[in-house]
Design a protein around this ligand. Structure first.
Ligand code: SF4
Length: 355
C-alpha cells in the first residue's frame, strides 16, 4: 500500500538535511565531534550500534569506540547482549524501537526520531490490522522495517537475512502466510519457497529505483563483474543477481565469489564495509533511473543520512530522542521478535552442530 504522502515526507527529509548542513564539516571539526562523542559514550555507559547504511564516519566511530556495525538483526542481538545501560542506535526509527522492545530496561537514544522508512510509513497499524482481520487463516509474517504496533499484530518478525528460512519452515508446516510490508522481498521469498503468500503492497524507495536495463548495460562494460542484489529490489533486478541477500549476506558473497568486480544493488552506505572487508576487489553501484524517484538516483536512504555526527553528539549530550514504547505494546511485539531470534539460534546450532 503506497501512500501519497511518501514523496512529501522524503522532500521534508531533504529540506531537513539541507538546513542542517549548509556547510560540510572540516577535518578538525570531524575529529572534535568524534572525540567528544567517544567521551560521552564512555561517561554515560553507552554503546553505539550503527547500520551498514549510515555514513562511513558514523560506522567508523562505532567500530573505534567498541560499538558495532551490522544489519538490523545483528544490531538487535548486539544491543541485547551488550552490558552497556544505554544503546545509541544510528539507523532508522524501527531499529531503535526494536532495540527497546528487546531490552526495555535499557535507555535507547537515536540521533534523530525523524528518520523513518518508506516500508514503515507505508504500513499504518490500523490498516494493517484490518488486513489481518480479513485473513484470519494466515500466519502473519512482518519484515523488521515496521512499527512496534505492526510487529505486535504479527506472529513472526523477520529480517531479510532470515525471511527465506522462516517462510520455508512455515510452508513445510502447511501454513499460509500473510506478508508485509515489502512486496518485492515477499515476491522473492514466495518464488524461492513456493509458499502460499498474500502480500502487502509496500516498497523501499531506495531499492525500488534499481533498474535491470542499467545493470545489463554495466555488465557489458564489466563482463567479469558479479551482481549482488538486496531482495528489496524489483524482480527484474533480482533475476540478474549472482547472489541475493541481506547486507551481511552481500558482504559474505563479495568475499566468497571469485569475481574481481561487483555491481551492487543496495544502499551505497554498504560500500564502506565492502571496501574495508574485501579490499582487493572493486565495487560499482548499480544504476538507478531516478525517474519520479523520491531519492533521485542517489542510491542512498534519505532517512539513514540523517544520522550525522552532530545529531549523534547532541542526542548524547542532552539525552534527547529517547525511544519509548509502552510496556504493554513492548510485551506483545517481543513475542514475534523473540520467535525469530530463537529460530535463528536453533538454525545456527543445526548448521554448526554447537549446543
Ligand atoms: S533503505 Fe529503504 S528499507 Fe532501508 S530504511 Fe531506507 S527506506 Fe527503509
Amino acid at each position: 500500500m503506497q501512500l501519497g504522502h511518501l514523496a512529501a515526507e522524503a522532500e521534508l527529509v531533504k529540506a531537513f538535511l539541507r538546513n542542517r548542513h549548509p556547510v560540510e564539516l572540516g577535518e578538525a571539526e570531524i575529529a572534535d565531534y568524534k572525540a567528544r562523542i567517544a567521551a560521552l559514550l564512555k561517561a554515560q555507559d553507552a554503546v553505539l550500534v550503527a547500520h551498514y547504511y549510515t555514513s562511513p564516519l558514523v560506522q567508523a566511530l562505532a567500530e573505534e569506540t567498541g560499538g558495532f556495525v551490522s544489519d538490523s538483526l545483528q544490531m538487535a542481538r548486539f544491543g541485547h547482549d551488550h552490558a552497556a545501560t544505554t544503546l545509541v542506535v544510528a539507523g532508522v526509527r524501527f531499529m531503535g524501537e526494536t532495540a527497546k522492545i528487546l531490552t526495555p530496561a535499557k535507555r535507547v537514544l537515536m540521533p534523530t526520531l525523524e528518520a523513518t522508512c518508506s516500508l514503515d510509513v507505508g504500513c499504518p497499524p490500523d490498516l494493517f490490522a484490518a488486513f489481518c482481520d480479513e485473513h484470519p487463516d494466515r500466519t502473519v509474517v512482518v519484515y523488521a522495517n515496521t512499527s512496534a504496533a505492526v510487529k505486535a499484530r504479527s506472529h513472526w518478525v523477520v529480517t531479510s537475512s532470515i525471511a527465506l528460512d522462516v517462510v520455508e519452515h512455515l510452508h513445510e508446516q502447511g501454513k499460509k502466510v500473510l506478508w508485509a510490508p515489502d512486496k518485492y522481498l515477499g515476491s522473492w521469498v514466495q518464488k524461492q519457497t513456493g509458499a502460499d503468500m498474500l502480500l502487502w503492497d509496500g516498497s523501499c524507495i531506495v531499492h525500488e529505483e534499481f533498474k535491470a536495463r542499467g545493470i545489463e548495460d554495466l555488465k557489458r562494460v564489466y563482463p567479469d563483474a558479479a551482481v549482488l542484489v538486496h531482495p528489496e529490489s524489483p524482480a527484474p533486478v533480482i533475476d540478474l543477481a549472482d547472489a541475493v541477500g541481506s547486507t551481511t549476506q552481500i558482504i559474505d558473497a563479495a568475499r566468497r565469489l571469485p569475481n574481481p568486480e561487483f555491481i551492487v544493488a543496495t544502499d551505497q552506505g554498504i560500500f564502506y564495509q565492502l571496501r574495508k572487508q574485501v579490499p582487493d576487489k572493486t565495487f560499482i553501484i548499480a544504476p538507478t533511473a531516478g525517474e519520479g524517484a523520491t531519492c533521485r538516483s542517489c542510491s542512498h536512504c534519505p532517512w539513514m543520512a540523517m544520522n550525522d555526527l552532530q545529531a549523534l553528539h547532541d542526542c548524547l549530550l542532552h539525552g534527547s530522542n529517547e525511544i519509548h514504547v509502552a510496556p504493554e505494546l513492548c510485551a506483545r511485539a517481543l513475542l514475534p521478535l523473540q520467535r525469530m531470534l530463537d529460530f535463528s539460534r536453533e538454525r545456527k546450532r543445526a548448521v554448526t552442530g554447537n549446543a
